[in-house]
Design a protein around this ligand. Structure first.
Ligand code: 6PG
Length: 243
């Protein structure tokens, strides 16, 4: 765990991880973003001049770990939030890879999942993940109040999915109660680095459970490379002994 003072410091630390991962790979870089509110400051920071000038935008590709299956103009839409915060201003449009969203022609989250799986496989250049060649350079993560990550909720059979890269989730466990589309654990694990961002006193209760080792999705999500937890002081469990 990496402790930081507050959400501002957390965004700055996360931005350094983004820079370090893009610098470590001289070729095409793949970053898997997360939704929810935790990464917003990071996304806004990446659009500021000092970071904007330091990122090799032309060779960085942006994916998303899960999506709320709503139209793209819905305020709940994760990739639209990331687009508004930084992508639309900074990234070449062809480097932005959203999960297909709900439209009148696309009403089934499983269908959207299958389409995104195909997009990921074509980017990766293979239909099966090779552990020696990670799909993503960096996967960003948040943790929900029930210990979910991406849209993989506790006790959902989707947690045990090993064949599909992306699945539809008909029912969310927490608000917003809309269907989701999510990358599966093996897909998210295929990265050089997984970086959790956790801030605020609201997260203290779930972090206490996660750090106690409870069987929660947050404890099953691990990179085949490195996994880091960036946590601000307010979120750190009381009497925390270290991790
Ligand atoms: C989503 C997310 C989800 C999120 C956590 C934390 O679509 O909701 O991707 O997994 O990361 O729920 O959400 P907050 O950052 O809003 O606390």
């Amino acid at each position: 765990m990496i402790e930081v003072a507050d959400p501002t410091a957390l965004a700055a630390a996360a931005a350094e991880h983004v820079l370090a991962r893009t610098a470590a790979n001289r070729g095409r870089v793949a970053i898997c973003l997360t939704g929810g509110s935790s990464p917003t400051r990071l996304y806004q920071l990446l659009a500021t001049e000092s970071y904007r000038n330091r990122l090799p935008w032309h060779r960085v590709h942006w994916f998303i770990g899960d999506e709320r299956f709503v139209p793209a103009n819905d305020p709940l839409h994760n990739m639209s939030m990331a687009r508004a915060a930084f992508l639309d201003r900074c990234a070449p449009p062809e480097n932005i890879h959203p999960i297909p969203t709900a439209t009148t022609d696309l009403t089934d989250p499983d269908r959207a999942a299958a389409l995104y799986q195909r997009e990921l496989q074509s980017f990766y250049g293979a239909d099966a993940i090779d552990n020696a060649r990670p799909l993503f350079d960096l996967v960003l993560m948040g943790v929900g109040p029930d210990g979910h990550i991406a849209s993989l909720f506790p006790d959902d059979p989707a947690l045990d999915e090993t064949a599909r890269w992306v699945v539809g989730v008909p029912r969310a466990n927490v608000t917003p109660l809309v269907p989701r589309v999510t990358l599966t654990l093996p897909t998210l694990a295929s990265c050089c680095e997984m970086l959790f961002e956790v801030a605020g006193t609201d997260k203290r209760a779930i972090l206490t459970r996660v750090f106690a080792g409870e069987n929660l999705p947050a404890n099953r999500a691990r990179s085949t490379g490195e996994t880091f937890w960036l946590v601000d002081r307010a979120a750190i469990p009381e009497n925390f002994g270290g991790r």
